[in-house]
Every structure is written in structure tokens, then in C-alpha cells.
Write a protein that binds this ligand. Structure first.
Ligand SMILES: Nc1nc2c(ncn2[C@@H]2O[C@H](COP(=O)(O)OP(=O)(O)OP(=O)(O)O)[C@@H](O)[C@H]2O)c(=O)[nH]1
Ligand SMILES: [Mg+2]
Length: 454
């Protein structure tokens, strides 16, 4: 029993009988003693860490990136390659899918050479999008495709007609965050006096300054003007004249990008590579989830058995935390996340603290107790409620961690950003809780309790 000797705190924490039972179950698993010990001693570190993290919220404003470097593109392509290799290594069924991704990767690499650009036009209703589209198409600018479909656009013209509304600003920010290049086009400037126009332009510029977005003012189709003309015979005639479109400022910008298309092509390519990365990661995560579920189940029944055998405490949180620590490690491995033992411990601590903070222990115990009363015989048996509650909380923790690791895997593969765990857990916890039906869970859990199976 050298496992028991290596884990003195596990024994202290769980009570001797529970520990022996637990060790009996887990001795064949790749459980690392030091982690279990550490996660038992979670208290202070976890709490401190959780507080730290909840204070660092608020998203930074990311400016539009107008000069994407070839280096960044090569790095992103290499990462996509790496992800495809990972998919192939992890999932033996993924060969065909990986081939599709590989082709997409090669197409993107080739697309760096293109000189033809796509300009997308977007904006609120009746801002003049179609008028502008018609105008630009009629002016036959070389090597440009103009469309109101922005998905593949190298440059998005965001058409507005006055000071930006919150929703318009929001749209611009979303586009930038998604990696689009945006030019704001203030249309219908014929409706403004020069003074008003200057004021509106200043306001819009102030709103966009943080985002490094430029703005041009145009009139794609100015209102007709009334013209009065005196004839030789002294009569006056009045008629409406359609002024020419005033699109010089926009044309100048477009000519600039036609002359030098590379920066826009690079930006688009980077965006598309990132989107490819996400698709690959999505496939990878689908497979990993399949692999993770049995691990969660294994741990939740261990938690059930432990709490069942030790029902004096309402739910043996210490045991749950130890098991959560192991879950963090095992699920992290499945999701290819590298983190230190210290971080794993802290994560388990955060989960334990959150479980208490959200009142989940009482909530689970009460709700599950109600369901359990239907199963009279089992309910009578000692720690059934404690066992099922512990299993339930362990499952919640596992599902939450899966969601968390999936989110993390979409980020740049630098360091695992455990810093955001505290922030995200609460939301993810609620989400997992809503998706987990209590009745079904109880029915599933009962056969796993030692008393029921004995
Ligand atoms: N005064 C003025 N009116 C304009 C200008 N550009 C377009 N319009 C008018 O604005 C109205 C809407 O123009 P559209 O081009 O249909 O606008 P849209 O954004 O395509 O509209 P939806 O497709 O319905 O969203 C039309 O009556 C145009 O004649 C402009 O520069 N000045
Ligand atoms: Mg239209």
C-alpha cells in the first residue's frame, strides 16, 4: 500500500475508511499524489487567486490593424498546420477531414499572391448602400469587386448618414474584432451645411479614434437642386437639376488601395487563416469531448462513493476538491493544455470556492433530496444523498472545465490563460447546471452507490 503512504493528507482529509475505499478504486489510475495533496490544501491559495481574477475584468479596445506582417501570417499558417497534425494524431478517424483542412490551408497560402480586391458595402437601411454600389460599379474601377455581401470583403465600407448610433458603432467594432478592415463612409453629406458637416465629422472621428478607423464624406446621389433661369425674353423658368455624385474622397481611397493591394490581402488572409484554425480546433474539441466524458463519469462515481462512505459531512467538499484537482489535470491533458501543478491546484480551489459561494451544495442537496424521496429504499440507505450530491457537483465541475478548456483552445497557444477561469466559471457553471437534468442524473447515479451495487 505505498499509495496510501504517499498520500497522508488524502487519508486525513477523507477519513480512513473512505480513503481506503477511494484508493482501492483509484489505485489503477494515473493519479498524481502531489496534486491530490495540494488540492486538499487548496483553501487560501484558491481564494486569493479567485479574488485576483475577478478584479481584472473589462475588455481592452483593440485598434484596427492596418499592417499585418508576413511573419504573422506564416506563424498563423504554421499553427493551422500544427492543429491539423494534432487532429490526425489524436483522432484516427479524422484523416479525410484533415485533408480538407490541408487543402484550405494551401489555398490560403496561394491567395496571398492575388491582386484583385473585394469591397463590401454595409450599413443601416436606406443609408444609400445600393446607390453607392451602383455608382462604384458604373465607374469600373480596375481589379475591384463591389458587393453588399461582406463575408469575403478585403475592405468593408460602413455607410452611415449622420453621427454614429450605438448600433452602428457596435457593428464597426464587431467587424474590426473579427479581423475586417473598415472604412466609414458618411453619405448624403449634401444634406448638411458645411458647418454641420464639420461638426458631425468631428464627432464620428472622436468615436472612431480608438479604433484607428478612417472616415470619408460623400454624396452618392445628392438631392436634385432647383435651378432658376432667365430667358432672353425676360421670363424665368424653374427646373430641377441632378447634381453629380460627390465621391471624390472615397475614390481617392479606393485608388490608393488598388495601387497597393497587399496590406488588405494580408489582413484578409490572416482573418481567413484564423477562421480555419477555429474550424480545426472545433473538430479537435468535438473529439476531445468524447474522450473527456468517460473521465468525468469515472470521477463523479468516485466522488459518490467517497461521500457515501463518509456521510457525516453534508457533502464531503474536501473529497470533491481532491477529485476536482484530478479532473483539472486529466481534462487538461485531453485538451492539450499545459499548466503547472500550482495552477491545477488553484483551479480546483476556485471551483470548490465557487461551489460554496453559489450555494450549489445546498441547492444540489435539496433538489436531489426531493428527487430521491421517490426512491424510498435508497434514500433510507445512509449517505445516498451525500453521494449523489457529490457526484452531481463533480459532474458540474467536469462539464464546466470542458467548456473552459474549449474556450481556451480557441485562443492563441501561448500560455493557458488560467487567469480568466474565475470570471468564466460562474457563467459556465450556470450553463452546465441548466443542461443537467436532476431526475435523469439520480436514476443514473443510484446503481453506482456502493450500497445499491453491493
Ligand atoms: N440626399 C441624398 N440622398 C441619397 C444619397 N444617396 C442615396 N440617397 C437616397 O437614399 C435613399 C436610399 O438609398 P438606397 O441606395 O436605396 O439605400 P440602401 O442603403 O440600399 O437601402 P436599403 O437597401 O433599403 O437598406 C434613396 O432614395 C436614395 O436616392 C445622397 O448622397 N444624398
Ligand atoms: Mg439597397
Amino acid at each position: 500500500m505505498d499509495i496510501a503512504i504517499k498520500r497522508p493528507i488524502l487519508i486525513g482529509g477523507l477519513g480512513l475508511s473512505a480513503s481506503l475505499w477511494l484508493l482501492d478504486i483509484v489505485h489503477h489510475m494515473p493519479m498524481d499524489g502531489s496534486l491530490v495533496l495540494g488540492s486538499i490544501a487548496l483553501g487560501a491559495a484558491g481564494v486569493w487567486w479567485f479574488r485576483q481574477q475577478t478584479q481584472t475584468m473589462g475588455l481592452p479596445t483593440i485598434p484596427q490593424q492596418t499592417d499585418v506582417k508576413r511573419e504573422a501570417i506564416d506563424k498563423a499558417l504554421a499553427r493551422a498546420d500544427q492543429l491539423i497534425d494534432l487532429l490526425l494524431t489524436e483522432d484516427s478517424q479524422a484523416a479525410a477531414q484533415a485533408e480538407v483542412f490541408r487543402t484550405e490551408h494551401d489555398v490560403l497560402l496561394d491567395s496571398l499572391e492575388r491582386t484583385h480586391l473585394t469591397i463590401g458595402i454595409t450599413g443601416n437601411k436606406a443609408t444609400g448602400k445600393t446607390t453607392l454600389l451602383d455608382y462604384l460599379q458604373a465607374s469600373e474601377l480596375p481589379s475591384l469587386t463591389i458587393t453588399e455581401q461582406c463575408d469575403t470583403a478585403d475592405l468593408v465600407l460602413m455607410v452611415i448618414t449622420g453621427d454614429m448610433t450605438a448600433s452602428e458603432l457596435n457593428r464597426v467594432e464587431t467587424l474590426i474584432d473579427d479581423g475586417y478592415q473598415v472604412l466609414v463612409v458618411l453619405n448624403k453629406q449634401d444634406q448638411y451645411t458645411p458647418m454641420d458637416k464639420a461638426v458631425v465629422m468631428d464627432r464620428i472621428k472622436a468615436r472612431l479614434a480608438m479604433r484607428n478607423v478612417e472616415i470619408v464624406a460623400i454624396a452618392a446621389q445628392p438631392n436634385p437642386i432647383k435651378v432658376r433661369r432667365h430667358t432672353e425674353s425676360g421670363e424665368t423658368t424653374e427646373f430641377f437639376e441632378q447634381p453629380a455624385a460627390d465621391v471624390a474622397a472615397l475614390n481617392q481611397k479606393l485608388e490608393g488601395i488598388i495601387a497597393e493591394p497587399a496590406p488588405l490581402v494580408m489582413a484578409t488572409t490572416l482573418r481567413q487563416i484564423q477562421s480555419l484554425q477555429q474550424s480545426i480546433t472545433h473538430s479537435l474539441n468535438g473529439y476531445r469531448r468524447q474522450k473527456a466524458m468517460p473521465t468525468i463519469e469515472q470521477m463523479q462515481w468516485i466522488a459518490a462513493g467517497t461521500a457515501f462512505a463518509n456521510p457525516i459531512v453534508t457533502v464531503d467538499l474536501l473529497a470533491t476538491a481532491a477529485i476536482t484537482g484530478q479532473l483539472v489535470l486529466d481534462l487538461g491533458t485531453i485538451y492539450g493544455q499545459k499548466f503547472s501543478m500550482e495552477q491545477a491546484k488553484a483551479a480546483a480551489g476556485t471551483i470548490a470556492e465557487l461551489t460554496v459561494k453559489l450555494g450549489l451544495v445546498e441547492l444540489a442537496t435539496q433538489a436531489l433530496g426531493t428527487v430521491l424521496k421517490g426512491h424510498v429504499t435508497t434514500y433510507v440507505a445512509g449517505g445516498a444523498l451525500q453521494g449523489i450530491s457529490a457526484a452531481y457537483l463533480t459532474r458540474l465541475a467536469g462539464l464546466t472545465l470542458i467548456d473552459y478548456f474549449e474556450e481556451q483552445s480557441l485562443l492563441e497557444p501561448t500560455e493557458l490563460d488560467f487567469a480568466s477561469l474565475g470570471d468564466r466559471l460562474q457563467t459556465l457553471f450556470q450553463k452546465a447546471r441548466q443542461g443537467l437534468a436532476l431526475k435523469d442524473f439520480v436514476a443514473q447515479a443510484i446503481p453506482h452507490l456502493p450500497a445499491a451495487s453491493a
